[in-house]
Design a protein around this ligand. Sequence first.
Ligand SMILES: Cc1cc2nc3c(=O)[nH]c(=O)nc-3n(C[C@H](O)[C@H](O)[C@H](O)COP(=O)(O)O)c2cc1C
Length: 192
Amino acid sequence: MPEANTAVMEFLHTRRSRPAKLLQDPAPDREALMPILTAAARTPDHGKLEPWRFIVLEKPALNRLADAVEQCGAETGRTEEDIAKARQQFLDSPLCVAVIEVQKPSEKIPAIEQTYSAGAVCLSLLNAALASGWGANWLSGWPSHDCAFSQKTLGLADNERVAGFIHIGTASAIPPERPRPDLDSITTWLDR
Ligand SMILES: Cc1cc2nc3c(=O)[nH]c(=O)nc-3n(C[C@H](O)[C@H](O)[C@H](O)COP(=O)(O)O)c2cc1C
């Protein structure tokens, strides 16, 4: 049998996001965040294109995004409820890392593989934050899909989009376990 890394397997079998609403200060400082970002950047990436980058949103930036949500939401006809929810997520966040998918021109690597890799970065970042003892949650919401919003507030280029907002802080409570998939119903074994 191969030698198992039991600590990592134990983590993977028990890991659980901490809902963003339960996150409070303190958040990791720059020194504490660096190993988390380093782990996230060690993600499978076909062709070494590095089709992603990070934007770390500290408190003043989060407040600025909250204000921009209000303005952009009104301009694009979002409901008051949608605007308030998105605004509150930025206001409540102790720290947020926006994982940015950066589509690189390639004759060999399809665009969708770059998208998958950016999603994998989001999960790695989430897991690295959780494994470091922080509470963390991967959120999207309409601002992450609104190109005008992200170009204006985060300075994204035309080949860039938000893959995920990873909110990180100190969890004020541990949420109840979430039902997990029934393995038998999602797994097919082919032996020929
Ligand atoms: C791409 C993506 C976007 C998500 N966006 C949201 C969101 O906007 N709001 C939300 O409540 N959960 C969202 N989730 C779900 C949570 O991040 C997470 O899956 C859920 O809390 C359970 O996490 P766990 O399996 O780590 O416990 C999103 C998940 C993914 C993969």
